[in-house]
Design a protein around this ligand. Sequence first.
Ligand SMILES: Cc1cc2nc3c(=O)[nH]c(=O)nc-3n(C[C@H](O)[C@H](O)[C@H](O)COP(=O)(O)OP(=O)(O)OC[C@H]3O[C@@H](n4cnc5c(N)ncnc54)[C@H](O)[C@@H]3O)c2cc1C
Length: 811
Amino acid sequence: MKSRTKVVVIGGGIAGCSTLYHLTQEGWSDVVLVERNELTSGTTWHSAAQVTNFGMNQTMVGLKSHSIQLYKDLAEDPDYPINYHHGDGGIRLANTEAQMQGYRHFASMARGMDVQFEVIDAEECARRHPLISTENLIGGLWDPMDGDIDPAQLCQALARRARKAGAEVYRNTPVVGLSQYSDDTWTVRTEHGDIDCDIVVNACGYRVNEVGAMMGVHHPVASMEHQYFLTEEIPAIRDAGHRMPLLRCPISDYYCRQEKNGLLLGFYEQDCKTWGMDGIDPNFVNALCPDDLDRVTDVLEGAFARMPALMEVGVHTVVNGPITYTIDGAPLVGPIPGKRNAFCIIGLRAGLGEGGGHGWLLAQQIVHGEACYDTWCLDPRRFTGHANVELTSLKAIEDYQNEFRFHFPHEHRPAGRPAKTTPLTPVLAAEGAEFTVVNGWERVEYIKPTPDFSPSLSFDFDETFDLVAAEVANVQNGVGLAEVNGFNRIEITGADRHTFLDRMFCGMVTRRDGRVGLGYLLNHHGMVKAEATVANLPASDRGPHRLWYGSAAASEFHDMDWLTQHLRADEDVHLRSLTNDQTILVLAGPNARNVLSACARGDWSAEAFPWLSVRECFVGIAPATVMGVSFSGELAYEIHVPNASLYAAYLALRQAGEVLGLKLFGSRAVESMRMEKSFLHWKADLITEFDPFETGLDRFVKLEKGDFIGRDAVLKRQAVGARKKLVVLQVHATQQPAHPGASLMQSERVVGTITSGDWGHRTGLNLAHGFVQPGLADIGTEMELDCCGQGVRVTVIPRSPYDPGFERIRA
Ligand SMILES: Cc1cc2nc3c(=O)[nH]c(=O)nc-3n(C[C@H](O)[C@H](O)[C@H](O)COP(=O)(O)OP(=O)(O)OC[C@H]3O[C@@H](n4cnc5c(N)ncnc54)[C@H](O)[C@@H]3O)c2cc1C
């Protein structure tokens, strides 16, 4: 066994084997994998091992396509062929029009990744899968690439290729401890000796938190018991002359694929069970949980009704094993929050299908710092402090119960709520607020007209349309108040704070006391990494000279990680998170100044406190920091208040606003208004797949200012020219918005992808943002949007269709 290597991957299931193999493909051969028992002895060996191309977003579709290509290649390797039933095809069933609409959207989204799905009606489903009845069926989504693979052979094939490329695999070598040193290197302690290394990867499946604990980390991953059974031979399958396609059923929560001449039927029962919550027997190796088919009778009935042939045959084997889930159903693949040189590839609930792709994207992140796709949907830092063991298990249960029921736009499921609240949450609830969840925070979405108001789940504009219009109108014509909780806020102090940010941002960071600026951070490849406002606070009785770095709520761990990674030992810079201490009250609309003046001492005129100013004051008796910034396009103030004083500030503003008609507004109204200003959203429009020029951020880049992270890369990229351009689009349809991921077409070719869309209630325009081929970015260019299967005309329009001169903000 080596005593020193570059990377130690811990765990020899599909996650670990794929990571090891892909590290060698990215050019690192001095890498090892340590496995406590034999390869695949965790969950992998007993997987149903279906491999589909279906994913909820383009990153997931792209990584699954990689798996499929890789598995095909492995299967065809004459030296070590493996069993891969590739291309049996698979159907996701639907019994509602809303599900069919969703499938049409996913087909549009996949098209942009060069993956073809087909939406078919009930008769066509039955024609392709002769065992199913069309009772209570509208149709389905056909995935031509669906299939299944032998999991043990797959892992052996990956390990074999990795070994050939120089990697080493140590079986029966349990990791028992991890130590990290001041230079960020590690020692991995095993039962057979220590291995020093630069980087560790946790790929430990359901034992993820045993190894997490060795580095003082709890990962938000919980295991569920999951069962399938195998039937005896079914004559209709034996005599069919072709393999049966796979089935996935969101109506009755089962999946089904052919196994020999019978079927393999797996269940996602409502009466489900977490596993291993109180610790895992160290001898649970190559092991299964006891059979428990009584638990799945609800699901079985649905499956029998759909495939009557099932009732004619016996069950010969039951498999019940642990399967891991996270808070949102997607795995955690990337850097471990708060740690250096530590990565994970965990929480895989469809690891056989996805594992090839996840290992590929992780290896790219380890070797190059970033992957070819934006991996935020997999990033372990997307969950923050609320992601504890109890919340994780509740969300795991909910996700398991809804395995094939995709999330609709604006759908927020109830488990684990409320996780993060402010003193205002019950107050706003009493005012009729409906809440959405942002990084665990309960944030007001809109104010309900009646307590039982419940809009339908749909890809169309829903019943909130007029409510949102009224909230927007009130902001436009009068004044509105919104709570924006969880906004990421990092206080930066120290003599070198400005030079530090100069290095981090690609543009100029204002140094003037009392001023606020907006800027962008790039990664080392010159791609857009983060967006933040920076406010310069002068020394006062509340603290020394300091900067407040503010960014999206979800970026709390991500941005802190990125900033701390780039601190230099010789720099006088200190970072402190205020995210959980402060909440923002946004006051917006032409009467905002009057309301603020009525409850906060001082001159708030445009001359004394112009747009992009910051000042400390009291709102009523609440200490507050007010910034003149606006995401709505109206005159607006962000009022930052310590949570202990939030209710006091709220009462003062409500009282001052009463005579001016102040009303509450929510995030749906904000979304509509920000689209009309062409303001961009982090991780929707601002992603690591594009540089700032492609994203239209030219005026925020100052190449002449000297060195900053990403400058050299941006210069090189500029020489090559843009691959895509972000444009603002008018969608010539009124029934539904353009949904993120939808494809833009010209002459049947995909020429772009939507990143966000919503109705602009002040302009009366259906608006969208999207990346398109550079030749199509000119104003007036027309394209066709594949909008849930309908071709809809779209036109490129100038940015900021509402108040392009920014006069209302500056008023
Ligand atoms: C019944 C069932 C059916 C499924 N069907 C499908 C399907 O059809 N399609 C699909 O894509 N997915 C399916 N899955 C899910 C899939 O099997 C898993 O996502 C995948 O196997 C997880 O792989 P892994 O490598 O993350 O974990 P594991 O396979 O559990 O591997 C983790 C490895 O880490 C090792 N390890 C743990 N601790 C240590 C330590 N301290 N030191 C060294 N090594 C350690 C373990 O021994 C183990 O080998 C199914 C799961 C179940 C339970």
